[in-house]
Design a protein around this ligand. Structure first.
Ligand SMILES: Cc1ncc(COP(=O)(O)O)c(C=O)c1O
Length: 356
């Protein structure tokens, strides 16, 4: 059996697999399911460290990204999309496909956000009295292992009273996320929670709910609004086994304690970088932007072959980069269940065997 060290979907611990195999309450007919779902949302709020509402629609991570845009963007709305990677760019594509006007403020994938560009776009919008309806950004750009500093951007957005949507899919549950400052903060079951893909998580501020209510989104599957109050039922049949799995995964996080979970991710990342340095591997982002959940090594033109050999010869699954950097970046995921020094050693032993 291949050991998986990808940055999602992550390896799933036995307790989560067992919980999913249990008989589940009927999500349409039995109140027990709704009660359990609501407890899960409250426990997730503790992981998010937020007082905002948390909802858990069925559908993996991308659903949350699209749903945030579908729920908040009306045709003609201007949206400020910050990007230094593929998922940041993807938000702008969603905005365009829902009839909004995306203003993309891009930075190279090995740099942080373009803060001057953001400030200038916000100032121009204020001068022209043509405000942005919201701004989008990604906390951890998984394909490059880059953890973005959200705080300075959130400061600027607060100064200009612009709603924020943040993709925290590969950081939530692995490192602190300033959720109380974010209007829609998105996560997914299959990253640091180490549950299988299938659920999106979203922490939503009151003013984001108000904005959704004002525009009354037309879509069903990508509309977050019906999730605000599910006491009369879910908008579609909920994924009861996935909810049971995430319930157990979140219990594990809370039992361990967030501080210990974050420290475990830091220690795993540090070990990964150390072992990489011993092998002469360079980490793609600068030290101040390296994510504790995934390490991206820069191996231009070689990543795909190395990844394939590690899988075939050592039965360890790593990941390459994505898009233009597919063959230039080799990624080791150390998220959730895999965020342990011993496990990282196992992955790096396999990489060492192939590289030497
Ligand atoms: C930053 C980021 N956002 C969104 C997603 C999308 O999640 P999914 O894999 O569920 O489509 C991913 C998945 O890798 C991701 O890394």
């Amino acid at each position: 059996m291949t050991l998986s060290f990808t940055p999602g979907p992550t390896a799933v611990p036995p307790a989560v697999r067992e919980a999913m195999a249990d008989p589940q309450p009927n999500p349409i007919l039995e109140d027990e399911f709704t009660e359990r779902y609501e407890i899960l949302c409250d426990q997730l709020a503790a992981v998010y460290e937020t007082s905002h509402d948390v909802v858990v629609p069925g559908g993996e991570g991308i659903l949350g990204l699209e749903a945030a845009i579908a729920s908040l963007v009306s045709p003609g709305d201007r949206v400020l999309c910050l990007s230094n990677g593929i998922y940041g760019d993807g938000f702008a594509d969603f905005v365009d496909s829902y009839g909004g006007e995306a203003e993309l403020v891009s930075a190279p994938s090995d740099e942080g956000f373009d803060l001057e560009g953001v400030e200038s776009a916000l100032e121009t919008a204020a001068d022209d009295d043509d405000p942005f309806a919201l701004a989008t950004m990604v906390h951890c750009e998984t394909p490059t292992g880059t953890l973005n500093d959200l705080e300075p951007v959130l400061d600027s957005l607060e100064d200009h009273d612009v709603l924020s949507v943040v993709d925290a899919v590969s950081s939530l549950g692995g490192t602190p996320v300033p959720t109380d400052r974010i209007d829609v903060c998105l996560g997914a079951s299959q990253k640091c929670f180490s549950a299988p893909p299938g659920l999106t998580t979203a922490a939503i501020s009151d003013r984001a709910w108000d904005a959704m209510e004002e525009r009354d989104p037309a879509s069903l599957y990508t509309n977050l609004l019906p999730w605000k109050d599910v006491s009369d039922g879910f908008p579609y049949t909920h994924l009861n086994a996935n909810v049971a799995g995430l319930e157990t995964a979140v219990d594990l996080v809370l039992e361990e304690g967030l501080e210990s979970v974050f420290e475990r991710h830091e220690a795993a990342a540090e070990r990964c970088r150390e072992r990489g340095a011993e092998l002469g591997l360079e980490v793609y982002p600068d030290p101040e932007r390296q994510s504790p959940t995934v390490t991206a090594f820069h191996r231009p033109g070689e990543a795909a072959e190395i990844q394939q050999r590690v899988a075939e010869e050592e039965a360890v699954l790593l990941a390459t980069g994505l898009g233009e950097l597919e063959d230039d970046i080799l990624r080791v995921g150390h998220m959730g269940y895999n965020a342990e020094v011993e496990k990282v050693d196992r992955a790096m032993d396999a990489l060492e065997a192939v590289l030497s």
